[in-house]
Design a protein around this ligand. Structure first.
Ligand SMILES: Nc1ncnc2c1ncn2[C@@H]1O[C@H](COP(=O)(O)OP(=O)(O)O)[C@@H](O)[C@H]1O
Ligand SMILES: [Mg+2]
Length: 267
């Protein structure tokens, strides 16, 4: 009895994330500069920024896949770059490309983690996998292979695979990229529903403004590896900062096109 009550307490626990003066350089080239953020337990925090601004690198630090050049990332009180943290916090990263194994069926992709960690016998694994597929309305895809799935289904399978681990911290890298607007809205609904049902702390990096406005408790904007601004969606309705306004609501100006300005910049 004692064991099962401990297990349920653990399952209910969620973690905040503290990013404290994080700096990261690759071969001396800075990619992240003095990034500080506080993500509260149970919230949906969306980090927006243009391509190349350092979003994926930042998320990998939270997942413990990159080590800071200086500064630190804490999950609760645990250092994200300490391998032992992975034993204390169940975190899952949904990669931009899904990172599914193409040679494995949907079932085997999802079963991989519980099998490797010997979380239960095969009947228990099946129960976990089918439950995750059911949450994402994917039961019919169970025997399909990644190559047979549409882009939206692949993203859903990648999310289902994260759910199998019963994460306490869920990280999404560009979950709506390369999807049509309806499928992108569906993924936003899934992210918000999962947080609603499990209170899982959720960090999303994305340049999808619609997603951020619809589901974020708070938003931060990352530009050139620095936090340019942070706040609620309402704070970004009429941004005073021209760089943020241009990023969130770019005006298509045929009289003074951007690619011509780029040309002039180099002259
Ligand atoms: N392992 C790495 N080695 C060297 N440079 C990297 C590495 N990973 C990312 N970068 C560089 O860091 C910058 C930010 O990359 P990234 O975080 O992927 O941007 P975003 O996800 O915002 O599009 C890019 O200039 C990229 O080339
Ligand atoms: Mg990226």
């Amino acid at each position: 009895m004692a064991v099962s009550s401990t297990a349920s307490v653990l399952a209910a626990k969620t973690f905040g994330v503290t990013i404290d003066k994080l700096n990261k350089s690759f071969d001396g080239v800075p990619v992240l500069t003095d990034v500080s953020l506080e993500v509260r337990a149970g919230e949906i925090f969306v980090i927006m920024g243009p391509s190349g601004s350092g979003k994926s690198v930042l998320l990998k630090h939270v997942a413990g896949l990159e080590r800071p050049t200086s500064g630190r990332v804490l999950i609760g009180d645990y250092d994200a770059s300490d391998p032992a943290t992975r034993d204390r916090v169940r975190l899952a990263l949904v990669f931009q490309d899904g990172a599914l194994f193409n040679s494995m069926s949907v079932y085997d992709n999802l079963a991989l983690f519980p099998r490797e960690h010997r979380l239960s016998n095969e009947a228990g694994v099946r129960e976990r996998v089918m439950h995750a597929l059911q949450i994402l309305s994917l039961e019919k895809a169970v025997d399909q292979f990644p190559a047979e799935l549409s882009g939206g289904m692949k993203k859903r399978v990648a999310i289902a695979r994260a759910l199998v681990t019963e994460p306490q911290l869920l990280l999404y890298d560009e979950p709506t990229s390369e999807l049509d607007p309806v499928m992108a809205a569906t993924i936003s609904e899934i992210i918000a529903t999962l947080r609603e049902q499990t209170a899982v702390t959720t960090i999303v990096v994305s340049h999808d403004r619609d997603l951020a406005v619809a589901i974020a408790d708070r938003i931060a904007i990352l530009m050139d590896g620095r936090i340019r601004a942070s706040g609620t969606a309402a704070d970004f309705k009429h941004p005073a900062d021209p760089a943020i306004a241009n990023f969130l609501s770019p005006v298509i100006d045929l009289k003074n096109p951007r690619f011509k300005q780029l040309e002039n910049d180099h002259e």
